[in-house]
Design a protein around this ligand. Sequence first.
Ligand code: SF4
Length: 314
Amino acid sequence: MTSNVQHLISVSGGKDSTAVYLMALESGRPFRAVFADTGNEHELTLEYLARLPERTGGPKIETVRADFTLQLARHREYVLREWPKQGIPDQVVQEAAALHEPTGNPFLDLCISKGRFPSRMAQFCTGELKEIPITTQVVGPMLKGGPVLQWLGIRAEESANRAMQPRFNRHESGSMVWRPIFRWELAQVWKQHSRHRLAPNPLYAMGMGRVGCMPCINCRKSELRSIADRFPDHIDRIERWENVVSAANKRRSATFFPAVTDPTDAERPGTYSRIRTLIEWSRTTRGGRQFGMFFDEQPGGGCSSDLGLCEVAS
Ligand code: SF4
């Protein structure tokens, strides 16, 4: 790497990317730090990131947010043009079209424009809400000034998927990607915080296994229960989002977690997996076999992003 390399640290408010931010500080190199706000973040994470520079002496965190104004407008046109041809009642068409106004919340706007929530099988959230805004709003402009090295807080022990990633690679944006704590164990991450006398994001002390979307579509049963117990307002918000996204698509149903077909509940397709039902289930020790199959398959994360911008649960 030549000396005109520009360094960029992607931070999420989680422990691993914070450790990398601290490592970059220790290196003495000038660097920039960026955070992609999905609109589904916890307020404690936003506050933690806002105060990170003053607590560490590091650079301010630049925040990017995806904008789906164009996608919403295009999809509204499609709804108004094509749905009537498909026999969708006019009242449904008009209600859905009216909901295609930007709310300013990237996560919600993305889901309205897609007519659904992301899922493990269709995990478009990481790319649309994190990778693309960081790449287009920060990395692209930086590349005009010379090479860019992105430092990522990814550790091999987080998941089998992450263990297969290289320490260095070239990203399709043209930047180089480096995973400087790839071989670190969790204890080293905490030690890095201690060395800088920096308390981790308080969400960890509140029992959250990961810091990121609240909740993440990849969350586990125990995480969902903790979120519902500690942060009921966030569950209320997801319930409101389910109502909005349902009214904005022609199926008239959308659930934050994938719809699961329960053979005993066949008369309520598309409603059984709503967030309230999942919360009730998360408080059971047994039962809910169909949900268990889905959540138990979550290998503590499931984020397959090349840039690893979503934290994996520990
Ligand atoms: S994978 Fe989870 S944390 Fe990442 S953007 Fe999607 S919902 Fe948010």
